[in-house]
Design a binder for this molecule. Structure first.
Ligand code: ADP
Length: 407
């Protein structure tokens, strides 16, 4: 079965086509600048040069059609015709309290996803455009939704409630949800396979450090606590997000700087974090380079970033009364040996011992970077959210088919 994985944003749409027999990616790409002048479709098939096509794509239905045209293109395509797309899986940022696992899409699911628009106004409406666009192009193909928040629905109240009036939770669902769930789920399972130890027996702190960053305490395979909250702003310092801060700063800064709601939102989400402190970039590579060239602000930004990860690792080790595995994933976590070393250097009290030679090795596979004597296994586990979305979609579609067959 071929599964098309879609991640729809308001002006972009990323896709990967999987052959589920081999779990190979047959093709992948993205459409950017949807609804703007000269939209761009970039399409990649392994072993072939990237194809770029510039055209006017005004909305998501056309974007999906262009993707399907490309997948079945005489020269650049990988399918003979679009019937060979047998299922579609969508990434959805916010599943609220409604969704604790992936589901097949039907009218009820669409209604529930719509109800969650308020909680993720920048993301969920765009995902819905993606779902409707696929429906318009492939009306008979089953679709599934996989939520970034679902994995964290196992968090206990003590982790997910904010200590504010309960009416806000009851009336407006203001609570912590957590994000990057698909990634934390995938890498913790990979870690357990790699270590050949059952997930149920492990206390894992998973650090997903990319443009967005979050730490999760995973106890016996289930999310116990995570650093992102009601929105992805809470927790670690990120490329452009502030992470944790005193909430009283918001009204204070709004008053002093005469900021509107949207300006303060944009300040905390887009102009804070690494870019704000370094004054150079939100990209960790550029911050590290500037630090190595002697930039003081870049050094401060790097050190703050590391310090906050270390604080969360310590907090989650305490939350679970122990830690067996510390794992790093995502763009920075997988690629920056400098960052991993800096985080681990301050955690020797937990029994963490990094092996510098192993830490320096690059590989696309899970690997151990701690010494043989380290009391905690420190791992780098490359994440693959798209593969997990494809697997969930495949499983749901096959289960539904079997159920229909049994009837
Ligand atoms: P996203 O949150 O957008 O999915 P990724 O997980 O792809 O992000 O991570 C992207 C980030 O990874 C980039 O902003 C870049 O800073 C960082 N990155 C990639 N390679 C390196 C590297 N070698 N060293 C440090 N940071 C890196």
């Amino acid at each position: 079965m071929n599964v098309l994985v879609i991640n729809a944003g308001s002006s972009s749409l990323k896709y990967q086509l999987y052959d589920m027999k081999t779990e190979n990616v047959l093709a992948k790409g993205r459409v950017e600048r949807i609804g703007m002048e000269s939209s761009i479709l970039t399409h990649e098939v392994e072993g072939q040069p990237e194809v770029r096509e510039v055209s006017e794509i005004l909305e998501h239905t056309t974007a999906v059609r262009k993707v399907l045209d490309m997948l079945t293109h005489r020269r650049f395509g990988v399918l003979r015709n679009i019937d060979e797309v047998q299922a579609v899986g969508h990434r959805i940022v916010h599943g609220g309290e409604t969704f604790s696992e992936s589901v097949l899409i039907d009218a009820d699911v669409k209604l529930e996803v719509r109800k969650l628009f308020d909680l993720a106004p920048l993301h969920n409406p765009a995902h819905m455009m993606g779902i409707l666009a696929v429906e318009a192009n492939l009306p008979d193909v089953p679709q599934a939704v996989v939520f970034d928040t679902a994995f964290h629905q196992t968090m206990p109240k003590t982790s997910y409630l904010y200590a504010i009036p309960m009416v806000l939770y009851r009336k407006h669902q203001i609570r912590r949800y957590g994000f990057h769930g698909t990634s934390h789920d995938y890498v913790s399972k990979r870690a357990s396979e790699y270590l050949e130890k059952p997930l149920e027996k492990l206390k894992i702190v998973s650090c997903h450090i990319g443009n967005g960053a979050s730490c999760t305490a995973i106890l016996g395979g289930k999310s116990f606590d995570t650093s992102m909250g009601m929105t992805p702003l809470e927790g670690l310092m990120m490329g452009t997000r502030s992470g944790d801060l005193d909430p009283a700063i918001v009204p204070y800064a709004m008053n002093k700087e005469e900021l509107t709601l949207s300006e303060v939102n944009s300040m905390l989400n887009k102009h804070s974090g690494l870019i704000a402190i370094s004054g150079i970039s939100s990209d960790m590579r550029e911050v590290v380079q500037a630090m190595n060239e002697g930039s003081e602000p870049a050094k401060t930004a790097f050190e703050m970033y590391v310090y906050r990860i270390r604080k969360y690792v310590g907090a989650y080790a305490a939350a679970m009364n122990g830690i067996d595995v510390l794992l790093f994933t995502a763009g920075v976590g997988e690629n920056s040996d400098v960052l991993r070393k800096a985080v681990c250097e301050g955690l020797t009290f937990l029994g963490i011992e990094l092996d510098e030679a192993r830490n320096g090795v690059r590989s696309g596979d899970p690997r151990r970077i701690s010494t043989e004597n380290s009391r905690v296994e420190v791992l780098v586990v490359p994440t693959n959210e798209e593969l997990l979305i494809a697997r969930d979609t495949y499983r749901l579609v096959m289960t539904a088919k079997e159920a229909a067959f049994d009837e």
